[in-house]
Design a binder for this molecule. Structure first.
Ligand SMILES: O=C(CO)COP(=O)(O)O
Length: 133
């Protein structure tokens, strides 16, 4: 499965802690991230991650492009709801595309945990079928 990992600045620590806790699951999949989030995760966990541009510089849009091509299976996007983002339209567009293509999306750690545990026990196998269509 292809998993995108994204976190706004005030949520990056949550994302790092999350990826440390679930490294044993994440390491079995293809990981993608926006620039700074990916760097922090790689430094903390040693996980191999394909990094795109930083979010404000187009990283959210690059991940959105993969979703539009049916080339992303899960998005874990820890958003900061209390800070205005200069690239808010990109953030909204990414969330919207997840809904357009029914891509499992977590916008906080609580939901991410449910998705990753579901992934671990095979709940997301339907993505394999959708990928072939
Ligand atoms: O801004 C982001 C998502 O909208 C995240 O980008 P960075 O991982 O580069 O900080």
């Amino acid at each position: 499965m292809k998993i995108a990992l994204i976190a706004h600045d005030k949520k990056k620590n949550d994302m790092v802690q999350f990826t440390i806790a679930y490294k044993h699951v994440l390491e079995k999949h293809d990981l993608y991230a926006t620039g700074t989030t990916g760097l922090k995760i790689m430094e903390a966990t040693g996980l191999n991650i394909h990094r795109f541009q930083s979010g404000p510089l187009g990283g959210d849009q690059q991940i959105g492009a993969l979703i539009a091509q049916n080339d992303m299976d899960i998005v874990l996007f820890f958003r900061d709801p209390l800070t205005a983002q200069p690239h808010e339209p990109d953030v909204s567009a990414l969330v919207r595309l997840c809904d357009v293509y029914s891509i499992p999306l977590a916008t906080n750690m609580g939901t991410a945990e449910i998705i990753i545990r579901g992934l671990e026990r095979g709940d997301l196998k339907w993505r394999d079928i959708v990928q072939k269509i």
